[in-house]
Design a protein around this ligand. Structure first.
Ligand SMILES: Nc1nc2c(ncn2[C@@H]2O[C@H](COP(=O)(O)OP(=O)(O)OP(=O)(O)O)[C@@H](O)[C@H]2O)c(=O)[nH]1
Ligand SMILES: [Mg+2]
Length: 441
């Protein structure tokens, strides 16, 4: 049996209120000991004075009693809503340790909920994502996943496979029975159809994962072009040092932006040039590394040198680039909308010119890359690799001629998908065999 655990469920302790959560068989006795009386009615808040073993008052607050199995973890659960503060936290923790409870490890409560069958693994992951969500689009994605959008999709696919496997197993084990003769061909058609649906789901350009992590945007360009000035302007704070000395920035400096609900990680980098001294050279190496990993490269051109283009920056030109002509305040004459077939935007970190347009452009790109058609998106590499395994197994199944081998590939595919939701079991398959075929009636 699980030991009873407790944890401060709300973050930092210095706050008006803090919530403590207890889960396990000793949760009820612990609450009775703390309040010196009977348990309150289930799921109703009750105001109680909490005392330690010596009868010393710890605090007065709301207590809630959630008897298992209809609780978050499926176990007996208690919530204590006490005053926030280090001394209260220390006193209640000491009292709970004194009662034999153990401090929870990260994820302990959700893990117990999963083990009790309250959540599948994608929902458990969604709780972590919801807690980490910084923007509204991230929150919506996590909520949909918590509601089971991904879990239902995968579970549906898995049941389809189990049904297919049941048909094939029946053909193998009960060949003399009255089964359809074209079983293999029709199974294979269904399997290849599912493989296509999995492939379509995988071909989403990683939007779900990108929404979790943020779109990676990097500022690149020659020293002194004004990259750090632009970063500070976009971030709305002085995150990076700006100076008229070329080669000021060395380390990569990253800020998070929320553009229309979509998360962006904007990185400022060292100015690109060769032959600098050692530290700056390392900075340039890091800048190029960031550029390679970026979703969008903002290539900053120095308006002070316009229309001269520096070679080091031009090497970076590719489909991920948006060209920015900074220091537009110093440029006289018309600035073209395009340069070398890439969109060019005139901006000035000094006057703020063009910055709104740049933000709009970034926001709309972020939406393009991260918003979906409404279909659930996979959100983790773990999902992707399991689905790739499943798809490969289904493609293999299409090549097999013996029902045994087709069935084996289907089994591999079903297990791969079952790993995503954490619901790999064999009982379900037996149920389907007997329900659908009525064999051995
Ligand atoms: N006139 C004008 N000056 C600017 C503008 N943007 C930046 N500057 C000036 O250009 C100089 C360099 O700016 P930084 O932001 O440090 O340039 P950087 O690209 O980060 O430079 P490194 O870190 O050395 O690569 C500073 O003196 C800024 O004040 C602008 O839009 N107009
Ligand atoms: Mg800089």
């Amino acid at each position: 049996m699980n030991r009873t655990i407790f944890a401060l469920a709300s973050g930092g302790v210095r706050a008006a209120l803090s919530v403590y959560r207890l889960s396990g068989p000793e949760a009820g006795p612990a609450l009775r000991a703390l309040i010196g009386g009977d348990l309150p009615a289930p799921r109703l808040a009750a105001l109680r004075t909490l005392r330690d073993k010596k009868g010393q008052q710890i605090d007065k607050g709301l207590v809630l009693w959630f008897p298992g199995p209809s609780s978050f973890t499926g176990e007996d659960v208690v919530e204590l809503h006490l005053h926030g503060g280090r001394a209260v936290s220390q006193a209640i923790s000491a009292a709970l340790l004194d009662l034999g409870l153990r401090p929870a490890e990260p994820g302990d409560f959700t893990r117990r909920a999963f083990e009790a069958g309250k959540l599948d693994l994608t929902q458990a992951e969604a709780i972590a994502d919801l807690v980490d969500a910084d923007t509204s689009a991230q929150r919506r994605q996590a909520l949909a996943q918590l509601e089971g959008s991904l879990g239902h999709l995968y579970e549906g696919w898995r049941l389809e496979l189990l049904r297919g496997q049941a048909h094939l197993e029946a053909a193998i084990d009960f060949a003399e029975e009255d089964l359809p003769v074209d079983l293999i061909a029709s199974s294979q058609a269904a399997l290849s159809d599912l493989a296509d649906r999995i492939a379509a789901h995988l071909a989403d350009d990683g939007r779900g994962e990108r929404l979790r992590d943020g779109l990676r945007v990097v500022l690149l360009g020659a020293p002194n072009a004004g990259k750090s000035s632009l970063l500070n302007l976009l971030a709305g704070r002085d995150a990076a040092i700006v100076s008229s000395t070329a080669g000021t920035t060395r380390d990569v400096i990253e800020v998070s932006l929320d553009l229309g609900g979509y998360p962006i990680l904007l990185a400022d980098t060292a100015g690109l040039r060769d032959g600098a001294e050692e530290i700056e050279r390392e900075g340039v190496r890091r800048a190029r590394e960031r550029a390679d990993a970026a979703d969008i490269k903002l290539l900053v051109l120095d308006g002070a040198n316009w229309p001269q283009l520096d070679a080091e920056s031009m090497v970076q030109l590719d489909a991920r680039c948006l060209l920015l002509l900074n220091k537009a305040d110093l440029v006289s004459g018309a600035i073209p909308e395009k340069l070398l077939n890439h969109p060019l935007m005139a901006v000035s970190a000094k006057t703020g010119q063009g910055v709104d347009r740049l933000l709009e452009k970034l926001a709309s790109t972020a939406e393009d890359r991260m918003a979906g058609s409404g279909a659930p998106a996979l959100t983790r590499v773990r999902h992707r690799s399991a689905l790739l395994d499943a798809e490969a197994a289904l493609r293999r199944a299409g090549q097999q001629t013996l029902p045994e081998l087709v069935a084996e590939d289907v089994r591999v595919a079903a297990r791969a998908i079952g790993r995503i939701t954490g619901r790999v079991d064999v009982e379900a398959m037996l149920d389907i065999i007997f329900r659908e075929f009525c064999i051995g009636k």
